[in-house]
Design a protein around this ligand. Structure first.
Ligand code: TNX
Length: 518
């Protein structure tokens, strides 16, 4: 049975709620307040888009006009007048990303106190437009007041284990932005490939971006700095901040393959094809390592306006440092008691360097080992204990662990992603102790990220892992409340209305989990 037909039958069987059926209003993430009104707005060639006259205002208006044209075929022009779509800055709409959207039979108004809010209002408006090519379409009359619960709503893409071309990345940015994801974490380096051009160290890409697979084929790729700039700007236009990740001191085999002097042994190695954790890491006892990394960061930072820079810091076995004379000498000189202390020294030194350039360091939760500076943002991936530790230490935290969308669809269901409440510890064991910490440190919780690690993901199957789970993730973070059964049923109904949109964009989304399809 064709997928579409199966879905229709399923939809009928479970009875779409009256709202979705009658009006076609199915916004994801669900707005905080949505009031359906009588009537509709007729959008046709007479429609004009009026926007703030500054550069960003015009850009947002142009984005909306392009989107309307792509979806309906209607060419709307810039300009004022009766029957317009008006985008306006209004300080009364409080909140960094908040917006108000009013659709009446006479006019559409998007108001916000920031460009960000205006843009999200536009994205909601796009979801209200019917998916039909026609010289005139009806937009249902609504009144929406909306704002997100969490400021950091991110998706991470690992482009090292498998490489993803710019066209793929940009298509995902379109989709993520449609669902109000505002952060794209770009995992640009790892053991199996270095993917960002660094002009001072050309071997990082001539050597580090390529590996020889078991069957003898050469696999790899990288982005030039011009391509990186293009993607960062593409994201900016869609309200998405791109955060680069340059892994250190672990997950660095590709860099060491290019420049063996980075390691403690200084021995030549190949870019690895083996997944997992590698013992060959950047040498902390060699000043040259810091010179190298600072020079790399000097080229990376100007490409990314983001305040945040991710330096990895995960899965760093310290045997190489244990066996290295200069590392041990440094450890004693600094009065550190073990290699965890050395790691902490390493991370703090890089952090100071970044802070000197006005940046905030982000690292995986292993950077807590040996002690982390409170100004670092911790990305918690190993569980509630680490999340609690980071919060108790005073750090800002981004939660990743429950949202590993590289996992198989039956081990992390759409419903799991939807239902995880990052502000509460759901692990059964020591939940009580952590719950108190979670509650006491709630303001330090910035939000969450869904990482797509790519050992088993590539441009051909990645969309089936990302979607529809990203839609559930986006709603979880935008709404930020604990989700009961009714909320899930409601989301699931709205989700059905999004498949035709994803189809229209040729998104190769995956199936829902068994529990839902049954
Ligand atoms: C652990 S999560 C890693 C990654 C792997 C992932 C999945 C994290 C910070 N490190 O290097 O890709 O597991 O295998």
């Amino acid at each position: 049975m064709p997928k579409i037909l199966a879905r229709c039958l399923l939809g009928l069987a479970t009875l779409l709620p009256a709202l979705v059926m009658a009006t076609g209003v199915a916004v994801i993430p669900e707005p905080r307040h949505l009031q359906l009104e009588q009537g509709s707005y007729r959008l046709d060639a007479r429609t004009r888009v009026e926007a703030p006259k500054d550069a960003r205002g015009r850009e947002i208006a142009a984005f909306l006009r392009d989107a309307i044209r792509a979806q309906t075929g209607i060419a709307v022009h810039e300009g004022a007048g009766a029957h317009a779509i008006v985008l306006k800055l209004d300080p009364a709409v409080r909140g960094d990303e908040a917006y108000r959207l009013e659709v009446t039979s006479k006019q559409v108004t998007v108001s916000a106190s920031t460009d960000k809010g205006l843009f999200w209002g536009v994205q909601t408006l796009r979801q209200l437009l019917p998916l039909e090519k026609s010289p005139q379409v009806e937009v249902p009359a609504v009144r929406i007041e909306d704002a997100p619960a969490y400021a950091w709503r991110g998706v991470m893409l690992d482009v090292s284990r498998h490489f993803f071309p710019v066209s793929f990345v940009e298509k995902q940015l379109d989709l993520l932005s449609y669902y109000k994801i505002n952060t794209f974490h770009w995992h640009l380096t790892d053991d199996q490939g270095w993917r960002i051009q660094i002009k001072r160290y050309p071997k990082l890409t001539s050597v580090g971006a390529w590996r020889t697979e078991a069957d003898g084929t050469r696999y790899g790729g990288f982005y030039t700095q011009a391509q990186i700039r293009e993607v960062v700007d593409y994201a900016r236009r869609r309200n998405i901040t791109v955060i680069p990740e340059i892994e250190m001191p672990g997950h660095s085999v590709a860099a060491i393959a290019a420049y063996p002097g980075l390691s403690c042994s200084k021995k030549p190695v190949a870019v690895t094809t083996a997944w997992g954790v590698h013992k060959n890491i950047d040498c902390v006892g060699d000043e040259g390592t810091f010179t190298f990394l600072e020079n790399v960061l000097d080229e990376v930072l100007p490409l990314f306006p983001s305040r945040y820079v991710h330096i990895g810091g995960d899965e760093t076995p310290k045997v190489a440092w244990h066996e290295c004379a200069s590392c041990q000498a440094l450890m004693h000189k600094l009065g550190l008691k073990d290699e965890d202390g050395l790691q902490s020294y390493f991370i703090k030194r890089i952090q100071r360097y970044l802070e000197g350039k006005g940046k905030t360091l982000v690292g995986w939760d292993e950077i807590l080992e040996g002690g982390a500076d409170t100004q670092a943002v911790i990305e918690a991936w190993r569980g509630a204990d680490e999340q609690a530790k980071a919060l108790a230490n005073g750090n800002h935290v981004v939660v990743a662990g429950p949202f590993y969308i590289d996992r198989a669809l039956d081990s992390l269901t759409v419903k799991d992603v939807f239902g995880t409440d990052i502000a509460n510890d759901s692990s059964p064991d020591d939940a009580k102790a952590d719950a108190a910490v979670f509650a006491a440190h709630r303001p330090q919780l910035l939000g969450a990220e869904a990482p797509l690690w790519s050992e088993r993901a590539n441009p051909y199957n990645a969309e089936s892992k990302l979607y529809p789970r990203v839609l559930a993730f986006a709603e979880n973070l935008w709404r930020g409340n604990a989700h009961d059964g009714a909320a899930w049923a409601d989301f699931h109904q709205r989700l059905q209305a999004h498949y035709p949109r994803l189809d229209a964009w040729h998104v190769a989304y995956g199936p829902e989990d068994h529990a839902v399809v049954k």
